[in-house]
Write a protein that binds this ligand. Structure first.
Ligand SMILES: NC(=O)c1ccc[n+]([C@@H]2O[C@H](COP(=O)([O-])OP(=O)(O)OC[C@H]3O[C@@H](n4cnc5c(N)ncnc54)[C@H](OP(=O)(O)O)[C@@H]3O)[C@@H](O)[C@H]2O)c1
Length: 358
């Protein structure tokens, strides 16, 4: 029941993408994205962006999922990527060795991600594209309709990975109905792999008890301040891979109990010392910690020099002692929402608080 490895060439045979990619490939040589730099990184390096040649192959190692499909262990996240920059960022990332893209309907940039894919000229068969079903689209038929809309926005005719974005504990029947829709899309060979996001052990248990396909992965908040050891152990028992969101600390940098004292992972003395020792950046040290723990990682950046540096972590190794020092940073400090409390009203309240700057 868990053994649906799809043939991508077969899936993509009559692809609109194949045709468009051909056009894009010739345009790619002159497509030098500009807007991400134009918006002002204090450390921006336009020459690095412009002079870097397009890659012919991905830079990330691959990992095999529980259904036999392989995916890159390293990719680019798209949460909070300004819509106007998204196509440029995706184009740039793909030309420079990224092959895994993590977006979501809720990020509002699927269309621009699709534009970036076309512009990059990287063949569809080399890419691994993830998007997510938003909780307001849960339920069987709603989920099927939402999938079609996401695919239209992305301009793709098959998807590599589709995730349930959050569990909705207050309406778990609808969460299960949504998963069954994903199972159907998988059986219809429209998706190569299906997974979940933000599921806690009890959500996984209810899902496994009531449905047929074991998720290939669970994408959860995970960083050295919040390493989720118990959840990772649950995943290992079921052959579910762990994917880390906010891997370098994300946008949530303050201690909930004392917002006047920001706690920044990339400024932690342990991380800074290891960065000096290895002559790497703090972000590279943290990202390396993830991959050495067999975590799939999707840092977001809208700055080209950071995109280049973030994926440049496969040429050094943290020692067992370094890893232990990083492991000891565990503060059980969740920055994002608690999945147990998450539903549509809770999400709307978060949006309102953000708008009000609280
Ligand atoms: N499933 C979920 O519920 C969920 C929730 C949140 C996120 N995600 C996914 O996970 C991805 C990553 O999470 P995230 O965006 O929250 O956090 P993140 O990747 O840990 O951190 C992103 C932040 O770090 C900055 N940054 C990136 N590279 C840097 C570097 N080398 N040095 C210093 N700062 C750097 C970025 O700024 P600049 O952009 O300005 O460089 C941005 O402010 C998201 O984009 C999304 O795809 C999923």
């Amino acid at each position: 029941m868990n053994d649906h490895t799809l043939s991508r060439p077969e899936l993509a045979s009559s692809s609109r993408r194949t045709f468009i990619s051909g056009l894009a490939a010739s345009a790619a040589a002159v497509a030098v994205p500009g807007s991400a730099l134009a918006t002002g990184s204090s450390t921006g390096a336009p020459s690095a962006a412009a002079s870097r040649p397009a890659s012919s192959a991905g830079k990330s190692p691959m990992v095999k999922l529980n259904n036999g499909v392989e995916m890159p262990v390293f990719g680019v996240g798209c949460f909070a990527l300004p819509t106007i920059q998204t196509a440029d960022v995706i184009d740039f990332a793909l030309r420079n060795g990224y092959r895994l893209i993590d977006t979501a309907k809720n990020y509002g940039n699927e269309k621009e991600v699709g534009e970036g894919i076309v512009r990059s000229g990287v063949p569809r068969s080399e890419l691994f594209v993830t998007t997510k079903l938003w909780i307001e689209d849960f339920g069987h038929d709603q989920a099927l309709r939402a999938f079609d809309k996401s695919m239209n926005a992305l301009g793709l005719d098959y998807l590599d990975l589709y995730l349930l974005h959050w569990p909705v504990p207050t309406d778990f029947d609808n969460t299960l109905a949504a998963w069954k829709a994903l199972e159907k899309l998988h059986a219809d060979k429209r998706i190569r792999a299906i997974g979940v996001s933000n599921f806690q052990p009890e959500h996984l248990k209810r899902l496994l008890d009531n449905t047929d396909i074991v998720p290939v992965l669970n994408q959860v908040e995970l960083h050295p301040y919040f390493p989720q050891q118990a959840l990772r152990a649950t995943h290992a028992q079921h052959g579910i891979k762990t994917q880390s969101w906010s891997p370098i600390g994300g946008v949530f940098t303050t201690l909930p109990k004392d917002p006047t004292k920001p706690l920044r992972l990339l400024e932690d003395p342990v991380v800074v010392n290891l960065a000096q020792k290895h002559r790497k950046s703090a972000a590279q040290i943290v990202l390396r910690w993830h991959v050495q723990h067999d975590l799939i990682v999707i840092p977001k950046s809208q700055h080209y020099e950071r995109l280049l540096a973030n994926i440049d972590i496969f040429n050094f190794e943290l020692s067992a002692e370094d890893m232990s020092a990083m492991d000891a940073l565990d503060r059980n400090l969740r920055g994002g929402p608690d999945p147990e409390q998450f539903d549509v009203p809770a999400f709307r309240a978060i949006v309102e608080r953000r708008k009000a700057g609280v």
